[in-house]
Design a protein around this ligand. Structure first.
Ligand code: SF4
Length: 304
């Protein structure tokens, strides 16, 4: 990984010598260190695409907004695999995070290689309402940490499963936040403060519920906030190709039949947003989301 100064900020960036041939000619490019996490193609699909087992630039930014999206992808890339031959102000990308999604929910950007570029989210609440909540861990990048600090820090950290914990210890140390995780994913070994056990949902706050969803891993959970935002880790995501909700059979490390049963359990809940660690974000009204989920469960039952 190379490091370069962008307006006084040290960022890891790609190597021009390793520029992938799939990139279109021009300023921005992806190099051979790309791990195909799809963060860039999901964040800036107008610039980046997944061309197979890696991503590349398919359209060079033509205006300020496209440069901003490309820079957001550059700072979010977990492996520093995105570079630019021209000089850009890194703050264009950095200052975009945490990125508002809806109401008081934000995407953190700055993904971590140790969680394979898994996405993490921030719920921004006043201290009187319990303070901010971080869902899964972004990279502990000083630029992001400063911005989260300015928004009120982190009072609680929710961990969906063991693959996406990344820099949870550093966030705990910096913000003294309690972490929540299921026992079956090694919460005690990780030193987690609030360990969830068993298969029943647990009410964390009046508007915040943890729902055990074993399947991807034995101790996977999802978090439901305000009966609107479902933070799904690696359990459930949106499929742009099929235009409905989906799950990932090839990474059901623990049990696909168990994951299918966990998915059916979610039919009892109402939500409008699916905010995954990996895969695309989904948004629709609650009735439509329920229909999508029913379709997903039916489809999962046909997959061996
Ligand atoms: S964000 Fe980085 S590692 Fe992930 S697909 Fe894009 S270039 Fe590759």
């Amino acid at each position: 990984m190379l490091f370069a100064l962008f307006c006084g900020l040290l960022l890891s960036v790609a190597s021009l010598q390793q520029r992938l041939p799939e990139n279109v000619p021009g300023d921005f490019f992806v190099d051979a260190t790309c791990i195909d996490c799809d963060t860039c193609s999901q964040l800036a699909p107008e610039i980046f695409r997944d061309h197979g087992d890696q991503c590349s630039v398919h359209h060079q930014p033509q205006n300020a907004e496209e440069v901003r999206r490309a820079m957001m992808a550059l700072v979010s890339c977990p492996t520093g695999s995105i570079g630019a031959t021209e000089s850009h102000d890194a703050h264009i990308g950095i200052d975009a995070f945490p990125m508002p999604i809806d109401e008081n929910v934000y995407f953190c950007g700055f993904t971590s290689e140790s969680s394979f570029g898994g996405w993490s989210y921030l719920i921004n609440r006043p201290a009187g309402e319990g303070g901010n909540i971080l869902i899964d861990s972004p990279r502990f990048a000083s630029q992001l940490v400063k911005r989260i600090d300015a928004m009120g820090g982190v009072s609680r950290m929710l961990l969906t499963h063991k693959d996406d914990v990344a820099d949870h210890e550093l966030f705990r140390k910096r913000f003294h936040c309690d972490r929540v995780m299921h026992a079956a994913d090694g919460a005690a070994r990780l030193g987690v403060e609030q360990v969830v056990e068993g298969a029943d949902p647990v009410q964390l706050d009046e508007d915040l519920l943890v729902i055990p969803t074993p399947g991807h891993t034995r101790g996977h959970v999802v978090f439901l906030y305000r009966n609107k935002f479902l933070f799904t880790g690696d359990h459930l995501a949106w499929s742009p190709a099929r235009q409905t909700l989906t799950a990932f059979r090839s990474v059901a490390w623990y049990s696909w039949p168990e994951q299918t049963r966990s998915m059916a359990k979610l039919l009892s809940y109402e939500f409008e947003w699916v905010l995954p660690g990996h895969g695309d974000i989904g948004h629709d009204d609650a009735r439509s989301m329920h229909d999508h989920l029913e379709r997903c469960v039916s489809w999962m039952k046909t997959v061996k």
